[in-house]
Structure formats: C-alpha cells, structure tokens
Design a protein around this ligand. Structure first.
Ligand SMILES: [Zn+2]
Length: 173
C-alpha cells in the first residue's frame, strides 16, 4: 500500500495524477485571521508551535492522528487548539523536559475549520503531550462527529484520495 501512496493517484475531478499527501497543516489558528495585518505587531505573538492573541487567548499547535487501514503511520491533520492560560504556561515550562509525555491529557478547543468535516471550530479535544521535539496529539471528544469517528475507526486509502481531491479542488467538491 505504501507504493500506492508514492505513485500518487488519478484524480476523479480533473483526471490528472496527483501526489497523495498523508498530512495537511494550517499555519495558524483561525483567531489570527480576524486580526488586521496592521495590528499583528501589537496583538499577536506566534511561533511555529505557540500563539498568543491580545495577551489573553492562548493556542497550541498539534496533530490529529487518524489511523490508516493497513499502514503503520497515521494520517495527520496539523491544527491549532485554544487552551487555558494555565495549560499553556505549563506546556511552555515543560517544553524541553524529558518525560513530559507522562503528564495527563488536558482539554483544548480546535481553532481551525476543516471544511471536509463540516464545522470543526471549537470542537473539544483531549491534548496528549508527546516526547520532547514532537507536537502534541489531539483527540476529538465528540464521538458522533465524523472526524472523531475516523480517528476511532481509521480511514482507507480511498478516503485519503477523496480528501486529496477535496483539498486540490475545494470549489468542485
Ligand atoms: Zn485533480
């Protein structure tokens, strides 16, 4: 199945062969989109993994892993979640601490829209810290939501192709 991934797939929408990504990521939380660029400097602090808006809203970048049937590595959505000030500071304090992944999960709320799943803004997630150097894993709590079902049951290669078609041609889907 890995070879099927490396050779790409033939798109049902345009008929071309596309690369088949096994991950997608967004560069910042949705909240950043609401800030006019001229106000970034005064209102926004953002790195590759952490974001603070107006000194009071805190966001962490993480990964929603979705098992792929027949493969060892999961499919990944790289997204952001809003977290409490306390959990943000706690995460920052432990950033380079070995064994930090042994801490309990904490709660966050997705701060990105993933349109292929409908409305994902503010979905509650459990956040599990990973070993130093790896982004935290997010687990969607609303068991009835499609993304939570896929995270629980896993997805097929055909579904990953469907996701790719949507991402390559959002207007056609
Ligand atoms: Zn296409």
């Amino acid at each position: 199945m890995a070879s099927a991934v490396s050779s790409g797939f033939v798109c049902h929408i345009c008929g071309e062969r596309h690369v088949l990504p096994l991950s997608y990521s967004v560069n910042g939380p949705e909240a950043v989109m609401a800030i006019p660029p001229e106000e970034f400097e005064s209102r926004l602090t953002i790195t590759r993994d952490q974001c603070v808006v107006d000194g009071k809203d805190f966001y962490l970048r993480g990964r929603i892993p979705i098992p792929i049937h027949g493969m060892d590595e999961p499919f990944i959505w790289g997204v952001w979640a809003e977290v409490s000030p306390k959990n943000f500071l706690h995460t920052a304090e432990l950033w380079n601490t070995e064994g930090r992944e042994q801490g309990p999960p904490f709660t966050g709320y997705l701060n990105n829209q993933l349109p292929i799943y409908g409305d994902t803004l503010n979905l509650e997630v459990g956040i599990q810290t990973q070993p130093v150097g790896r982004r935290p894993s997010f687990f969607v709590k609303d068991a009835e939501h499609l993304i939570a079902r896929e995270q629980r049951d896993g997805i097929s290669l055909a579904r990953i192709e469907q996701i790719a078609e949507f991402m390559y041609h959002p207007a056609a889907s």
